[in-house]
Design a protein around this ligand. Structure first.
Ligand code: ADP
Ligand code: MG
Length: 478
C-alpha cells in the first residue's frame, strides 16, 4: 500500500517533477480532506515539511494537535523507509539524503502525570512548561468548562488587576478573602491548575517562552498533550494558539500550525452531546482560521468537506483533496470551483480514485492541479505502532531526560511561597485593608455568591494525589 501512490506518480511523471515538493504560497489555511486511511495525516507532515524545508518560504511549524494517537511525536525520528527513498532518489535523480532528522522541541505542560523520563537528545529537547497566570485571558476559561458567568469575569478582572506580580498562594488567598471559592472559574480552573503547578507567577523559571519558540524557526515546536487530563486539553491548545497569534500580530512572521483529526471538533453541532469546551473550541478555531490569514496559517486534517462548511469558505484557503469516495461530497465540495472554472469535471471524477499520497490541490483562487506527496522525511505514525515512548523511542534512541528535577523545583518554590504567605499575617492584613477600602466590590462578590455552580465541579482525576505528592505519584513508563 505504501508505494501504490508513488508507482503511479513515477510512471506518469518521472523526472520532470521538481525535486522539491511543490507547495503553493499561503494566504489562508490548508484543509486536507479524504477518507480514513487516505493518507491525510501522513501528508499533513509531508506538506508541513515541504513548507519548513523550502528555502524561500520560512514557515515556523507548530504541531499543536496530535490526535488520539499522538502522531505529532513522530517528528522526532528520521524516516525508516530506506527502500522507498532509494526508489525516489533514483527516479528523480536526487542527490543527498532525503531522510531527515529534524530538530524538535517537545513542550509538555506541567499538568497531569508526567513520566519520570522524557525523550531528549542532541536534536530533540523535552521541555516542561508552566503558564504565568496573569497571561490568561478570561476567554481561555470557557475552554475548560464552557461559558463563564459575569461574576467569574468580574473575579478574574479583580485578580488580574490586584495580583499582578504576586504569587499563586497570594492569588488563592485573595479568592478566599473574596469568598469566591464556589465560583466556576475557581473550582473548575484556578484551583486545580494551581495545585498541579501549571500556573505560576510572572518570571517563574519554567514559564513558557513562545517568542523564543517563534524565533527558532529551524526547530519544530510540538505541543504534547498526551499526559494532560482530557478536560484540559483544548484549554492548553487554545491558550498556545492564542499567544502565538498575538505574538505574530506584534511582529509579523509566518507560522504554520498543525491540527489532526479536527472532524472531532467540526462535526459537533450546538445540540451534540459533547462537553461545552469542545463546542467553544470549535467556535474559536473557526474564528482563528478566519481572522488569522496574516501569518497564522493552519493545516487541518479532516474527513469530509461537509464538516467545515462555513469555515473553509472564501477564496483564501488552500484545499488538498485526497480520495473522496462519496459522490455528494465530491460534488458539494467542488461546486463553486467548477462554476469558477478552477477545477475540471475530470479532476472531480478523479477525486473518487486517488491513492494514498495523491491529492488534487486547489490553491486560493487558482486552478486545481494534481500532486503526489512523498512520504514524510521524518517517521510517521503507522498502524501497529505501539506506545511511542515505550516502544518507538525506546527502540530507536532510548535517550531521556529526567523530568523530576523540574517538578521538585516547582514544588519547592510553591512551598516557599506558602510559607512566606503563612508566616506573614502582615500580607493578609494588607489585603484585608485594601479590601476594606474597596468594600463595595467585596460585597458584590459575596452577594452574588449564591452557589449555583456547585454541580459543575471539575476535578482532575488525580488532583488529590497530585496535591499531596506530586512527583512520587508519577509512574515510570519506561
Ligand atoms: N504519500 C504516500 N505515499 C505512499 N503511501 C502513503 C502516502 N501517504 C499515506 N500512505 C499510506 O497510507 C497509510 C494511511 O495514511 P494516514 O495518513 O494515516 O491516513 P489518514 O490520516 O487519511 O487516515 C499510511 O500508513 C501509508 O501506508
Ligand atoms: Mg489520520
Amino acid at each position: 500500500m505504501a508505494s501504490s501512490g508513488l508507482k503511479k506518480y513515477i510512471r506518469k511523471d518521472p523526472v520532470q517533477s521538481s525535486a522539491i515538493q511543490k507547495v503553493p504560497e499561503l494566504h489562508g489555511s490548508i484543509f486536507v480532506y479524504g477518507r480514513i486511511g487516505g493518507g491525510k495525516s501522513v501528508s499533513l507532515l509531508s506538506i508541513a515539511q515541504a513548507y519548513h524545508d523550502h528555502p524561500g518560504r520560512k514557515y515556523k511549524i507548530f504541531d499543536i494537535w496530535g490526535g488520539d494517537r499522538n502522531e505529532n511525536l513522530y517528528w522526532t525520528l528520521p524516516s525508516t523507509k530506506i527502500s522507498y527513498w532509494k526508489k525516489i532518489k533514483k527516479a528523480l535523480r536526487l542527490d543527498g539524503s532525503a531522510i531527515k532528522q529534524y530538530r524538535v522541541n517537545l513542550l509538555y505542560p506541567m499538568l497531569g502525570k508526567i513520566p519520570k523520563k522524557l525523550p531528549d537528545n542532541e536534536f530533540v529537547r523535552s521541555k516542561i512548561f508552566t503558564i504565568p497566570f496573569t497571561s490568561l485571558d478570561i476567554k481561555d476559561f470557557p475552554l475548560i468548562s464552557g461559558v463563564m458567568s459575569s461574576r467569574d469575569e468580574a473575579l478574574w478582572n479583580e485578580i488580574v488587576w490586584t495580583c499582578k506580580g504576586k504569587s499563586i498562594t497570594y492569588m488563592l488567598n485573595k479568592i478566599k478573602i473574596l469568598k469566591a471559592q464556589n465560583y466556576t472559574i475557581y473550582k473548575n480552573a484556578l484551583r486545580s491548575l494551581s495545585r498541579e503547578l501549571l500556573l505560576q507567577p510572572n518570571g517563574s523559571k519554567y514559564n513558557i517562552d513562545i517568542v523564543s519558540e517563534l524565533d527558532n524557526q529551524e526547530s519544530i515546536t510540538v505541543l504534547c498533550l498526551d499526559f494532560v487530563p482530557e478536560e484540559f486539553k483544548v484549554f492548553i491548545a487554545g491558550y498556545i494558539i492564542r499567544i502565538i497569534s498575538e505574538e505574530i500580530k506584534k511582529k509579523r512572521r509566518k507560522s504554520l500550525m498543525l491540527l489532526r483529526e479536527v472532524h472531532q471538533f467540526f462535526r459537533v453541532s450546538d445540540s451534540s452531546v459533547v462537553p461545552d469546551r469542545i463546542k467553544v473550541f470549535k467556535t474559536y478555531l473557526a474564528h482563528w482560521i478566519k481572522l488569522g490569514r496574516s501569518g497564522t496559517h493552519f493545516i487541518l486534517d479532516t474527513q469530509s468537506p461537509s464538516e467545515t462548511r462555513g469555515i473553509a469558505e472564501g477564496q483564501q484557503d488552500t484545499t488538498f483533496f485526497g480520495r473522496l469516495p462519496a459522490q455528494n461530497d465530491r460534488q458539494s465540495a467542488t461546486e463553486q470551483m467548477l462554476k469558477d472554472n478552477l477545477i475540471t469535471q475530470k479532476q472531480v471524477t478523479k477525486l473518487g480514485i486517488l491513492k494514498p499520497g495523491q491529492f488534487i490541490i486547489c490553491p486560493s483562487g487558482e486552478r486545481a492541479y494534481f500532486q503526489y506527496f512523498f512520504l514524510p522525511k521524518s517517521r510517521y505514525w503507522e498502524e501497529g505502532d505501539g506506545s511511542f515512548y515505550k516502544s518507538i523511542w525506546k527502540r530507536a534512541k532510548d535517550e531521556w531526560i529526567d523530568s523530576s528535577n523540574v517538578i521538585s523545583y516547582l514544588k519547592e518554590q510553591r512551598k516557599n511561597e506558602e510559607n512566606e504567605v503563612d508566616n506573614s499575617d502582615e500580607v493578609l492584613e494588607k489585603i484585608m485593608k485594601s479590601m476594606d477600602n474597596k468594600n463595595d466590590d467585596y460585597k458584590t462578590f459575596q452577594e452574588e455568591d449564591n452557589g449555583d455552580d456547585v454541580d459543575n465541579d471539575i476535578k482532575t482525576k488525580n488532583e488529590e494525589s497530585i496535591k499531596n505528592n506530586h512527583s512520587e505519584e508519577f509512574f515510570d513508563i519506561v
